[in-house]
Design a protein around this ligand. Structure first.
Ligand SMILES: [Zn+2]
Length: 219
């Protein structure tokens, strides 16, 4: 009874909102309208190919309410948005990748400095959700020893690629050798970050690196 009352009070103070449009809703974390009208990718637009990446899939386009939901997730202390993003990503993974042939879910690491500032690694939270939803182990494979300039502040493939070269190092070669890995990040723009991470994993003997992000840039 006490817990129910606390729950009630918490709901009054923090009413549940749609992750995307912030409308206050009674149940769930996505309103009916957003569930239907989000800018989902379809057909060939689901997939992208980048160097060292076998296949990259993204369920949404990075625009409108999707963009603001991701920005709140990354910079606005809304880590719980990972739940809804994770549900959407897992569904796309199951429909567009051979999940039975994948050994583990991993994620793009952040530097210690960035984790300290933000309090969490948004890619790791997404990977955790996907790993639970599709029943694959979550494995940390890479680390980022030095802090680099945020990719979102750099324009163009060349400069972004130059910024991430050498950014990631392997945690343990034994974890990735001969493995089929699903690598998670929040947004893919030029693919430079995913490519560099996949290059390091492949060099260590990973058989395949598939990638999944919440959203992708519109062509
Ligand atoms: Zn909504």
């Amino acid at each position: 009874m006490k817990l129910k009352l606390l729950d009630y009070i918490l709901k009054l103070i923090y009413p549940p909102k749609c992750v995307f449009c912030q409308t206050i809703i009674d149940k769930s974390d996505i309103c009916n309208e957003c569930a239907k009208a989000l800018p989902y990718t379809k057909g060939d637009s689901i997939y992208q190919k980048f160097p060292f990446v076998d296949k990259c899939i993204s369920p949404l386009y990075y625009k409108d309410n999707v963009r603001s939901a991701i920005l709140r997730f990354k910079f606005g202390s809304a880590p719980t948005n990972s739940k809804r993003f994770g549900i959407i990503m897992s569904e796309y993974a199951e429909n567009n990748l051979d999940c039975g042939g994948i050994d583990m879910v991993s994620y793009i690491p952040l530097s210690r400095k960035r984790i300290h500032e933000r309090g969490y690694n948004q890619a790791e939270l997404l990977a955790k959700e996907i790993s639970r939803n599709i029943g694959l182990p979550l494995v940390s494979t890479l680390k980022k020893p030095k802090n680099t300039t945020a990719q979102s502040t750099i324009k163009g493939y060349k400069d972004r690629a130059a910024n991430v070269i050498g950014a990631f190092t392997l945690i343990d070669e034994g974890r990735v050798r001969d493995k089929y890995i699903l690598l998670v990040d929040d947004v893919v723009t030029t693919g430079a970050t995913l490519s560099e991470a996949a290059r390091v994993l492949k060099k260590a003997g990973a058989k395949a690196v598939y990638c999944i992000t919440v959203a992708r840039k519109e062509d």
